[in-house]
Design a protein around this ligand. Structure first.
Ligand SMILES: O=C1CCCN[C@@H]1CCCn1cnc2ccccc2c1=O
Length: 516
């Protein structure tokens, strides 16, 4: 069992692959862009599922399952929905050697699968709000370089699809769901996110507006879209004729039918990749305790040739009792009593697997009535402490919470440190090239966004005294979101857009950055 042989700082892609494979989270699969989710990562996904299911069921969302396939003509029904995505759609064309009459798409998302049936099922305003969700996988045959969890040709997600009588009803739910997404990141994964609204350029083209939670990967300095909650307006209900009679109608007064207002919202296994990229280190995975399959591992130490058989058995018995005590208070605990593996070997294994807390227990601890705790998130001596056995069942849960809070606090500090609010355009590119995301007064027009992307793209540097990796050409900055939390300083009709080539006034502070 060897450790990670590259560092997060010097070769991030290789580091990420090794952390995932040696941490038993994932394996590579023989179809390019597809990956195997091993139990350790699937446990994270199940924990997210359980938490999110509990929240959405409280607002009346019910889970369901629609077919994987979409017929060609149904998929094309909503033109600007499919615009820009057509190249990613995977098609079934044969059964065995027999070509199909008409090719069939594998769902890349389920709007067009579900909404013909929303039209059939929704007859009266009493059927509203209709709120359905699917936990499934979708296929998008991207050609950009695949990245485990972040960009894969098939991924697991949930996709919620709801229908409401009014715009206000839809709007309220869009924000409720976005709040749950933010809490999945912050309360389960210890990952800070910025909540906001996508610009017209970056929103879902088939929708009305898109709200989003945006993360930040310190190692690459790039933003990452964490999850989106869209209001679709009446675009899809007009396309799929999803209408109800106007409840305000009186007597035999005739009123045209009302098109329903719809939302759709999605969160995927990308969450897992973001968590790994932010928290893991050069010794392997670092798992936030609330999503760790094993939260505490107890390892016998100090067993030597001088230790008698009965001393060893007594020690192991004590360890079994400690394991049972912690399990009884809801701490997911395992002990590793295997002979033939040294404590050092076991420590290395636990570090690779990201187990948040290791408890060492030997004759010394037993005699002294304590365990020696070692935090995974703080390597070396600083992460070690002695915990009295009599306090174990309160101190360990508290320590796990402390670990969660410290993981969040560190990540939040890094995000804040690299989120620069600008008032001078000349600072934009230099700060972008120093792994920052930038908050700038912006006009919110697509044309201006395109200009900023070009102005901030890094051509391959000619002069050779620029360090190699900084010379690599790279994408310009894209808008990430218009944060709901707007700083002061923009005077409508006075403050100019930061882009020097743009003549418009700034509308909002808008966050820009390179994206993952
Ligand atoms: O984000 C979400 C959340 C969950 C439900 N769907 C929305 C919007 C999906 C946008 N989208 C994204 N990739 C696609 C790829 C191929 C065809 C269609 C699409 C497509 O419509």
């Amino acid at each position: 069992l060897i450790g990670i042989d590259v560092s997060k700082e010097e070769d991030f892609p290789s580091w990420y692959q090794q952390v995932l494979t040696k941490g038993e989270m994932l394996d590579y699969y023989d179809v390019s862009g597809c990956f195997i989710l091993k139990p350790a990562s699937y446990f994270v996904w199940e924990t997210i599922q359980n938490w999110f299911n509990d929240k959405i069921k409280k607002i009346g969302v019910r889970n369901c399952s629609f077919p994987l396939f979409v017929s060609e003509d149904v998929l094309q029904r909503e033109k600007d929905h499919i615009e820009g995505f057509a190249a990613e759609v995977a098609w079934v064309t044969h059964a065995g050697n027999t070509p199909l009459e008409k090719k069939i798409a594998i769902r890349p998302t389920s709007e067009t699968v579900m909404y013909p049936y929303y039209s059939k099922w929704i007859r009266s305003h009493r059927d509203l709000p209709l709120r359905l969700n699917q936990w499934n996988s979708v296929v998008r045959w991207e050609f950009k370089h695949p990245q485990p969890f972040l960009r894969t040709r098939e991924f697991l997600w949930q996709e919620g699809h709801t229908a409401h009588l009014t715009e206000e009803g839809a709007a309220e739910e869009v924000l409720q769901i976005l709040d749950h997404y933010a809490h999945v990141y912050e309360d389960l994964l210890a990952v800070p996110v910025v909540r906001g609204k996508k610009t017209e350029k970056e929103k879902f083209a088939g929708g009305y507006y898109t709200t989003t939670v945006e993360g930040y990967i310190p190692a690459t300095g790039r933003g990452i879209q964490g999850g989106t909650s869209h209001c679709l307006g009446q675009n899809f209900s007009k396309m799929f004729n999803i209408t109800v009679e106007d409840p305000a109608v009186r007597g035999d007064e005739k009123k045209p039918p009302l098109y329903v207002w719809q939302n759709s919202w999605g969160l995927s296994t990308r969450t897992i990749g973001v968590m790994v990229m932010i928290h893991s280190d050069n010794k392997g995975l670092v798992l936030p305790p609330r999503v760790a399959e094993v939260q505490v591992a107890i390892v016998p130490v100090g067993v030597t040739k001088a230790t008698t058989e009965e001393e060893r058995q007594a020690l192991y018995k004590e360890i079994d009792e400690l394991t049972a005590k912690l399990t009884a208070v809801g701490v997911r605990t395992e002990s590793d009593l295997r002979e033939g593996y040294s404590p050092g070997w076991k420590f290395n294994d636990l570090e690779l697997r990201g187990v948040p807390l290791r408890l060492e227990f030997g004759p010394g601890e037993s005699k002294g009535g304590f365990v020696t705790a070692a935090r995974r998130d703080i390597p070396g001596k600083d992460g070690k402490s002695q915990i009295e056995l009599k306090n174990l069942t309160t101190a360990i849960p508290e320590l796990l919470d402390t670990i969660h809070n410290d993981l969040f606090r560190r990540a939040d500090a890094q995000f804040r440190e690299h989120r620069k609010q600008l008032t001078q355009w000349d600072d934009f590119v230099p700060l972008l090239n120093e792994k920052n995301v930038l908050l700038i007064p912006h006009c919110l027009t697509e044309e201006c966004e395109d200009q900023i992307k070009d102005l901030s793209a890094r051509k391959a540097e000619e002069n050779s005294d620029v360090p190699q990796d900084a010379r690599a050409p790279s994408m310009g900055a894209k808008s990430l979101c218009i944060p709901f939390d707007q700083p002061e300083g923009i005077e409508a009709g006075v403050t100019k857009c930061l882009n020097p080539h743009c003549e418009r006034f700034a509308e909002k502070w808008c966050m820009f950055g390179r994206t993952s």
